[in-house]
Design a protein around this ligand. Structure first.
Ligand SMILES: Cc1cc2nc3c(=O)[nH]c(=O)nc-3n(C[C@H](O)[C@H](O)[C@H](O)COP(=O)(O)OP(=O)(O)OC[C@H]3O[C@@H](n4cnc5c(N)ncnc54)[C@H](O)[C@@H]3O)c2cc1C
Length: 467
């Protein structure tokens, strides 16, 4: 395809950068609407992006971090159901916190009775102080929100250390816009009753379920979607290295160029602004973005899953005796996630890294293994048969203080040039960056381009999440 100047007509030429859920959602929507003038450029050799899965050398399947399918959209449910038919398994969402050598059910604040005495007293002091304080100003940072919602004790014992491990930034560097209008009220009488009765108060139950592909991991969903799109318009191995927003042409690493009327970009926004020529006066703003990278470490183990992990889905780790903030018992999601179903089990661990929280890449697998022993998940009797790891340079789009002002400086400039930056790192809105949100950002963007309908998820995350 040759580069040429174009003005959007009744059948605009649409180029999509990225074949993750957002790009695939956009491409699929174009096909649904019978609009065939599009091409999708994916830098990797396969489709699925961060929602891909990997089969390691020992036959274990891994996701790129624990992926659980949530949905706020009927469209998303219908589409994903149709992609895998009845090849789904259903699970109860059982989440726990592992700390002080014990298990605390999630949500943490309702189950502090499980803590050692000193921690429990600190948490209770903070909760009682909350009832005695007068009206508070609206929180400015995530740290304010934590202390105003949970009190100083829970903030110190769990919230701050855990959130630093997850985000790799201090909560005081993060905004509250991503929380939407979420209000985490702590029900003190209930907490006290749980304490007296020593009662576990769990968030899961018959309705808290999720679906997981019977085989192939989360990536099976996105491979199925990519496979049903026309191969001639799905160009893997096409990394975009340059975007000319004036002549409306993108250039790939292999030298090929593609003209567009509208560009839907799902590549990280900090990278996109650096690849613009001319840069529309926004190129320098890339320095202001904050994000974290993710190390994913998979450990495959011989034998039966230990009894205390047999029904657990994922676990949070706030302490520094393990590098990971979360581990998933991935073999519990599907027997097909291990090489020899019924004879092996697997753990998938996530470690966050940022400019504030460096991680030694060379030793991360060893540290993870040591962390699994230190937290009591694995012991010396366990025979590890697979160790797999990968590094995701862009893992979490940090909702940093100043984020929304920065996005407001960039997005309208791009949109005015026909460039729509959408998706987890394209939109940089953590609050709408799960798979359902991402796919729908692609769908809604196409609907907007072809019929002028508003893009709910991108422009109004609170409304989208309130559905
Ligand atoms: C650790 C972790 C845990 C997660 N857990 C969950 C969960 O429990 N539930 C959930 O729903 N979601 C979860 N997610 C989020 C989920 O992965 C995302 O919602 C989804 O992948 C975002 O889709 P996307 O298309 O916007 O971006 P991506 O998946 O990042 O896809 C972008 C694509 O663009 C391509 N690309 C980038 N640059 C270029 C370029 N220059 N040229 C061409 N192509 C390019 C990339 O290769 C990639 O394929 C998690 C993510 C992570 C990292």
């Amino acid at each position: 395809m040759s580069a040429q100047l174009r003005t959007p007509g009744p059948s605009p030429r649409i180029v999509i950068i990225g074949g993750g859920p957002t790009g695939l959602g956009a491409a699929n929507r174009l096909e649904e609407l019978g609009h065939t003038d599009w091409v999708l450029l994916e830098g990797a050799d396969t489709f699925g992006g961060l929602a891909s899965s990997v089969l390691d050398d020992q036959g274990f399947t891994w996701d790129l971090g624990g992926h659980v399918l949530f949905s706020h959209y009927e469209y998303f449910d219908n589409l994903t159901s149709g992609l895998l038919g009845d090849a789904w398994l259903e699970h109860v969402r059982e989440a726990w916190v592992r700390m002080r050598s014990r298990w605390v059910p999630y949500p943490f604040q309702n189950n502090i009775w499980r803590l050692p005495e000193d921690d429990l007293v600190a948490c209770l002091h903070g909760l009682v102080a909350l009832t005695q304080q007068g009206p508070q100003p609206p929180p400015k940072t995530f740290d304010d929100w934590i202390t105003q919602s949970f009190g100083q004790g829970i903030a110190d014992v769990f919230m701050r250390p855990y959130n630093f491990k997850v985000w790799a930034y201090e909560p005081r560097e993060m905004n509250v816009a991503w929380m939407g209008d979420r209000v985490a009220t702590v029900d003190l009488p209930r907490v006290l009753e749980n304490l007296v009765r020593q009662r576990d108060d769990v968030a899961w139950g018959p309705n808290a379920t999720f679906r997981f592909p019977a085989s192939g991991g989360t990536g099976a969903i996105w491979t199925a979607l990519a496979n049903r799109l026309p191969a001639e318009r799905m160009l893997a191995g096409h990394a975009v290295t340059g975007v000319d927003p004036e002549s409306k042409v993108v250039t790939c690493a292999n030298g090929e160029t593609f003209a567009y009327d509208y560009l839907i970009s799902t590549m990280p926004l900090d990278v996109l602004v650096q690849r613009l020529t001319p840069d529309l006066g926004i190129g320098h703003l890339h320095q202001q973005f904050r994000w974290s990278s993710s190390h994913i470490v998979g450990i495959g183990i011989e034998g039966d899953v230990p009894d205390d992990l047999a029904t657990k889905c994922w676990m949070y780790f706030p302490e520094d005796n393990a590098p990971f903030y979360r581990a998933t018992v991935f073999s519990n999601y599907s027997p097909a996630n291990v090489a020899k179903p019924g004879q092996q089990w697997s753990l998938m661990c996530e470690v966050a890294e940022s400019i504030r929280k460096p991680v030694e890449h060379a030793s991360i697998v060893d540290e993870t293994r040591r962390g699994l022993v230190a937290t009591g998940l694995v012991d010396d009797d366990h025979e590890i048969v697979s160790e797999w790891n990968t590094f995701l340079p862009h893992g979490y789009p940090t909702p940093f203080v100043g984020r929304d002002a920065l996005l407001d400086q960039i997005e309208p400039v791009l949109r005015a040039k026909g460039v729509f930056t959408r998706g987890r790192f394209g939109a940089w809105k953590y609050e709408v960056s799960n798979q359902d949100h991402s796919l729908m950002q692609g769908v809604e963007c196409v609907d907007h381009l072809l019929s002028g309908t508003p893009e709910l998820t991108f422009f109004d995350p609170i409304a989208a999440n309130g559905r």
